[in-house]
Design a protein around this ligand. Structure first.
Ligand code: ZN
Length: 297
């Protein structure tokens, strides 16, 4: 009888102590919503199995022009933490937050990064410099620790090992750029997403004059691009939304410039694509750039 009472009291005691003395992994993983796929990848790397990550703009999505889906407000309401890029990237977010009327903490991953300008606004694509990506990771680590102090040690350890990978990636990019002769470190690109990459690694991204980023290049646009390539001696061209192979062949034939492959900027691909993670994306881009720029024509 005494013994049984002891057991019962022991259980009571354990129950009372539970909130303080619970082992770190007794609670459910932290629910984190990331605004787009690249942030989602950073959160996964730092949070590992202690987070459950949901991205609003998934693989291959366009975060600039996103229209929130009906389930998004719910995702935010259910989350313990929301991670956003900031610098005006998620223009659709304030409305969504209003709709979800959630009181979840919102953390801006670019906190502490000095923005470059894109026209008169902040250029949001800060993650394109690996040094900046490291700031994102540190901000995300601190946000996860604040939201779930019990797993602080695990977040610190994961962040440290991922930051080391990013350091290696940064060296990889610099070594690759060093292989390109300095006068060949320029490309024509319809992307305006590589300002931070350009400033960190010294490759110039020149916008094709008069070509809209919204629509496919026309034959007249191509004539302009050909003139520009010749005048500025640009060794390679990366043109998005140009599906007409005749136009691409014409540029190559008339200028000798290389036509580069796809550069990923704002979104990861799914598992089968070239850029399922941030590190894969940066590696893919630097490979595309060096293979277009290193060899002479
Ligand atoms: Zn963009």
């Amino acid at each position: 009888m005494i013994r049984r009472r002891l057991i019962v009291c022991g259980l009571c005691l354990a129950y009372l102590l539970l909130p303080i003395a619970a082992p770190a992994h007794a609670q459910a993983p932290l629910k984190v919503v990331a605004s787009f796929s690249i942030l989602g990848d950073f959160v996964k790397n730092v949070g590992s199995d202690r987070v459950e990550v949901t991205t609003l703009v998934g693989a291959d999505g366009d975060v600039h022009v996103y229209t929130p889906a009906p389930g998004d407000a719910r995702k935010i309401t259910d989350a313990n933490l929301v991670i956003i890029n900031g610098f005006g990237l998620e223009g659709w977010l304030p409305r969504l937050l209003q709709v979800s009327s959630a009181r979840v903490p919102i953390v801006t991953a670019t906190k502490g990064i000095a923005p470059l300008k894109l026209g008169s606004e902040a250029d949001p694509h800060a993650w394109q410099s690996v040094a900046n990506a490291k700031s994102y990771v540190v901000n995300i680590r601190d946000a996860l620790i604040a939201a779930d102090p019990a797993d602080a040690e695990s977040f610190r350890k994961n962040a440290q090992s991922y930051l080391a990978k990013l350091d290696a990636l940064d060296r990889e990019v610099r070594e690759a750029v060093a292989q390109i002769p300095p006068n060949r470190r320029k490309v024509i690109s319809t992307h305006d997403a590589f300002g931070y990459f350009a400033s960190a690694y010294g490759i110039q991204f020149i916008a094709p004059i008069g070509v809209s980023t919204e629509s496919e290049a026309s034959a007249k646009d191509i004539a302009g691009i050909v003139t520009q390539i010749r005048a500025e001696k640009i060794p390679a061209v990366f043109l998005e939304r140009m599906s007409d192979p005749r136009l691409i062949r014409r540029i190559a034939a008339e200028t000798g410039a290389k036509i580069g492959g796809t550069l990923y900027s704002d979104s990861l691909t799914d598992e089968k694509g070239d850029a399922p993670t941030y590190i894969d994306m940066v590696r893919h881009n630097i490979k595309a750039l060096t293979s277009a720029l290193v060899s002479r024509f």
